[in-house]
Design a binder for this molecule. Structure first.
Ligand code: GDP
Length: 431
């Protein structure tokens, strides 16, 4: 069976922890989109890890970790992450990279940095990992599928020259920088293909066989619905779709094989990068939530920069869950809220004096003011609790109120960063 684990919001919802946890029962874990621009933090018996490219299943000996065709493959990152976890005592992971995965090239990173610099105060808040230039090239049909690195050298050199013709115009004239060093790029490709060769295979064929054999497969998303290029807060979005539906394309499996969609949503909101964030908090209140958030504060796993934080947003999450096709909501990082006397929850958006609970298009979103309902806090530590009924009453009320507002079943409650910090729950909304 195939299960997708995806985000309802702006990313950083705790997908890595949920994937790592469900990975115990899985055979295969697939990354299907994005690149090394966002990170998952995972805490388990080997230590604390920040993964950017490797799927969160790499910590188990019994799983195969797949980099699907939809991923922006940064080869040095992949090799570095494998080396890092092995150095920390994790058994060498079984990794399979799609022969159709495209490669993030050194010039993609340059273009990302130069463009953010050029945009100045209008920048997207990109992590400058080259993701937008990478996906632009993929769809402009001047990207590199990894299999192309294995054709004869003359064909590679020809393609480099063809790409440099376009890129150099921008590098020299727009960014006032140096043209592409074609020889250095060729040598880089030769070097990279040797490093990645042992991992390459026909992923869609492999997954087809695994599905037929009844294997348990997890598709691990990056970021969340708000960052989807079509359905998110365009243009402040990422460049590949983080929706479960895209999991079928980015892994190369039939859409109807995705039987379960676990949508991860954090008990408060956080966002990185620019863009409308209706329930955002500022000042001391924000600082306190940021400091207490996650497992060590709400700071980016890739950049270390402070994340924007806010109260839980039912409007955004209801929309986020709907677009994901949610069968189960995993409600995470709830333990962090135990310090609050009262907890505001955003239940509507006021746009020009009219209140809506439907998530609007971006230019209206920018005008939206949050409508809050304040719930009582529970004022105690909830880590270590294993049964739903043992949670404080106000904590259960918080979960049940949010479930009713978003309309999707919360079947898992995460009350700590560790694999074992999880409470399973029956929901009347489950289908
Ligand atoms: P992802 O990209 O969606 O995997 O999310 P991140 O890893 O960027 O952010 C989630 C952070 O919250 C990580 O540091 C996790 O270790 C941490 N985390 C996940 N679930 C819980 C939880 O239930 N409680 C606490 N306190 N931290 C959690």
């Amino acid at each position: 069976m195939v299960t997708a684990i995806v985000g309802a919001n702006w990313g950083d919802e705790g997908k890595g922890k949920i994937t790592d946890m469900l990975g115990e029962e899985a055979d295969i874990i697939v990354r299907f989109q994005g690149g090394s621009n966002a990170g998952h933090t995972i805490i388990n018996n080997y230590g604390r890890f920040s993964l950017h490219l490797l799927p969160s299943g790499v910590f188990y000996d019994h799983t195969t970790c797949v980099i699907g065709n939809g991923v922006a493959l940064n080869i040095p990152y992949l090799i570095k992450e494998i080396d890092t976890i092995v150095k920390e005592g994790v058994p060498k992971p079984h990794i399979l990279v799609s022969d159709r995965a495209q490669i993030l090239m050194p010039y993609h990173i340059l273009f990302d940095s130069y463009e953010e610099e050029r945009l100045g105060k209008n920048s997207f808040g990109s992590t400058k990992s080259g993701i937008a230039p990478f996906y632009s090239d993929k769809f402009a049909k001047i990207g590199w599928q990894i299999n192309e690195f294995f054709q004869d050298d003359e064909a590679i050199k020809e393609k480099i020259a063809r790409i440099a013709e376009i890129k150099d115009v921008l590098l020299v004239n727009l960014y006032h920088s140096d043209p592409i060093d074609q020889e250095a790029l060729f040598n880089q490709i030769v070097d990279w293909r040797e490093q990645v060769k042992p991992y390459i295979g026909n992923v869609s064929l492999y997954l087809d066989k695994a599905i037929k054999e009844g294997k348990t497969i997890l598709l691990e998303g990056q970021l969340g619905t708000m960052k989807d290029p079509d359905h998110g807060i365009y243009p402040m979005v990422t460049s590949s779709s983080p929706l479960a539906a895209y999991g079928a394309i980015g892994a190369g499996i039939p859409p109807y094989e995705i039987k379960q969609v676990v949508t991860v949503s954090k008990a408060y909101s956080s966002a990185v990068g620019a863009g409308a964030f209706v329930s955002e908090l500022f000042g001391d209140e924000a600082e306190e939530l940021r400091r207490r958030g996650g497992d060590g504060g709400e700071y980016g796993a890739t950049t270390g920069r402070p994340r924007r934080v806010g109260w839980y947003d039912c409007v955004a999450s209801k929309y986020g869950c709907r677009l994901q096709g949610t069968t189960d909501v995993a409600f995470t990082v709830l333990d962090v809220l135990g310090y609050l006397d009262e907890i505001p929850v955003c239940v509507g958006y006021d746009i020009d004096g009219e209140v809506t609970t439907e998530f609007p298009v971006t230019h209206l979103l920018e005008k939206a003011k949050p409508v809050f309902k304040t719930l009582p806090g529970w004022k105690c530590e909830i880590r270590g609790i294993k049964n739903y009924e043992e949670l404080p009453e106000n904590c259960r009320k918080y979960i049940e109120f949010i479930e009713e507002q978003i309309g999707y079943p919360i079947t898992m409650v995460s009350n700590g960063p560790a694999r074992t910090d999880i409470i399973y729950r029956k929901s009347a909304l489950s289908r």
